[in-house]
Structures are given as structure tokens and as C-alpha cells.
Design a protein around this ligand. Sequence first.
Ligand code: FMN
Length: 433
Amino acid sequence: MNALILDGSPANDATGGRVAAILAPLLAAKGYKTEHVVLRDKTLGHCRGCFQCWLKTPGVCILDDDNRELSRKFIQSDLTIFLTPVMYGAYSPELKRMLDHLIANISPFFTTIDGETHHRMRYERYPDVMVTGWSDRPDQTQEALFNHLAWRNTINFNGEKRSWGIVDRHAGDVALKSQVEDLVRKLDSSSAHQGEELPRIAAETAAAPQKAVLLVGSPRMAKSSSASLGGYLLDQLAARGVATETIQIYHAMHDEPKRQAMLDAIDRSDLTLLAFPLYIDSLPAPVLSLMRDIEARRAGKAMRGAFAAIANCGFIESSQNESALASCATFAKAAGFRWMGSITIGGGEGLVHGRQLAELGGPAIPYKKALDRVAEAFAAGKPVPEEARQQLAKPFIPGWIYRFVGSRNWKKQARQNGVFEKIDARPYQRVAG
Ligand SMILES: Cc1cc2nc3c(=O)[nH]c(=O)nc-3n(C[C@H](O)[C@H](O)[C@H](O)COP(=O)(O)O)c2cc1C
């Protein structure tokens, strides 16, 4: 049997190495041959959100870098272990950068699990998954959030056995070993499959903003659903006298002067709005990276500014965004912002089709009205009103219609790309023997 350790430790953190060294003999005793991959040493571009891995080269990411070999290793392993510091109840960008590529390994088509939309499996079998986090100090909110995210991820990764938990990075070798042993043991216990509660993080009031910045956290940038939804809200703030600015995170992240200008713009703003797509039940890797930079920059400074987030996801149920939005709240608190609450929208693409929300009628109308009410509240320094949040969270069409139309669209695009026959391809299928 093969075990793959995907180690998402940042450069200055030796914990992944310590945990991997404990795991190797434990797993060997259970009959596994273990490979430890330190992700920060690999060449991994960011997922471009293009879905070509479903519709053009089915099962293979169009980026020809180490993500392909790691995807193959993931599928061909019997057990994959994620190692990561806990960041805002989520994973490190070093780990997330690889996880975002794993959508190549699932099918674009839908199924339902416990009444909720998920993707069908591309392969017959997937590895068991163990998610191991560590933190500097005990933090109940982050722990609950991390466990919730790991639980959600393990549903989407389809592994039969799953376990997750947090170890104490400052523990001595004996204590750390016993914590890691517990997690390995949990793989064989069915209680680890049960759901986890998401912590509730209350929104606050702030001073009425004079300046607001919209950060768009999608690789599709101006053409994204995030830009459409966030842009509409920003325009409503501008209409109420707030000075506004929009920054594409993916445009600014590779260029140092642009990245500095983005951080300066956040410093200048009274309200920072983050609009992002849900990636693997969480935030896209570059957004997590930016959050870490913002927190470091604001460390030790007096609390200033407010922060709010807008998530949209592919599945019709907006509830799938809640874990990522709770991470945004945790980040806001850690970085000294006032948390103004969040907006969650399901089936983002189906709702906006990459167009400006302001141009759309029909099902988009109640969403625009609810965003108007959010803008009114923000302009007065008040958090997202609960009834507007609930309106935005409603599905715009019944789930079964959304899934039917969505599947038809995937097939149409695959046909146009000449790969209709290959859409269920299994390029990394393990060869018996
Ligand atoms: C790498 C990747 C991971 C995704 N993971 C999820 C997910 O876990 N749940 C979900 O509902 N949608 C998921 N989606 C779908 C996006 O959230 C959805 O397409 C969204 O509308 C894109 O918004 P954007 O146009 O702002 O990028 C994922 C998409 C990509 C590319």
C-alpha cells in the first residue's frame, strides 16, 4: 500500500517534517510505503479556474507542472495525508495551491449526498484521507472551523476512511507522537465520518466608510461571478457617496509594486470587500496568501477598517460557502478589522453568466434588491442585514433543474472541444499489478 504525505508547511515551519518523521514508521508498521512531498519545493502554478481539466483535457490540468504528477500520486495512493498549519481555520496556501488542482480528479457531473449537490467520482476508488493541522495556541473557533472544513473536504474527496484533527506544534516528541497516533487510529473509527459544527461569528458595526476597496479573488478576474457580484455592491456604495476602487488579486499577486499598491489600498480603505469563488470548500490559495500578508502587515498596529466577504460557489446550495466565510471572519478578527458580515450565493455562474449583475433581469432582480439593502447598511456602518443575507442565500432555481442544465452545458462544451467521448477519462488510473 502507498501513503502520500502532502506537506503544506511554510518555509519557516518545521512541524510538517516532524509529523512526517513520526508518521513514516507508524505507517510502515501498518504496511504502507510512504512518500513525503514538501509542497513549497514543487513547481505549482495556481489553478486558473478554467475547467479545461474537465472539458478539454479531461482529468489533466492544462498547466504542465508538478501538479500533474502529484494528482497521479494522489489517485494512486491508498492513503493521502495533508499536513498544514491552521490558518483562519483553513489550510496554508502552500497546501491549498495543490488541493485546488485536485478537481481534475473528479467528474464535472453531479450527484447528491445527504440531499446536497456534489460531483460524481471520476475514478472507481480514491485514497483514504487524513487531515492534520497544527496551531500555535489552543483556539476553539479555529479548531471547530478546521474540523468542519476537513470533514467537508473528505466528502468531496470520496475516500472511504477519513480522519482529521489538530496537533500541538509545541508539544515534545512523545506528546506529538501520541497525538499523531490518535489521528491514524481515528482512520479506522466510523465516528470520524460524522459532521462537524461550524462556529458562529457575529458581525459588528463600524464607522460609516468614506473609502471602500473591492478585492476580487477569482482567476477569471473581471469576467468572474465574483467581480459581477462584488462590483454591483461596490457601485451601490459609490452611489451612496463612498469613494471606491477595485483590485484583481490575481493581477496584483505576481508583481511586487502591484502587490504593494494593493496592500496600500487596503490600508487606506475604511471598508475592504472580498469577493471570491469557493474552491474546494474554502478560499482559493492566492486569497489565503494575501490574507497572511495582510495580517503580518497589520500585526501590532491599532485596529483600523472594516472587512466583509462575498462568496459564490458552483453548487446551487449557498450553504456550501459557510466554512470559507467563517474563515474570512476569523481572518478579519486576527488582522484587526471590524467584521461586517458576509454574503453567500449558490450557483454563481448560473446566476450571472459572467455578465454585469446590473444588466440582468429575471431571477437576478431579488438579488440586486438584497444587495442594495446591504449597500445601504454598509454605507451607514452597519453589518449585512440578516434578511438580505437570507434572500441572497436562496437558490435561484430548484436544485434538480440546476444540475440538469449544468450537466447539459458541460456536455455541450466538451462536444465543442471534441472530447465528448473522453469526458469520463481516467488518465491516472492505477494499473493492476
Ligand atoms: C479549483 C476549483 C474548486 C472548486 N470547488 C468548489 C467547491 O468546493 N464547491 C462549489 O460549490 N464550487 C466549487 N467550485 C466552483 C466555483 O466556486 C464556481 O465555478 C464559481 O461560480 C466561480 O466563481 P468566479 O467566476 O468568481 O471564479 C470550484 C471551482 C474550481 C475551479
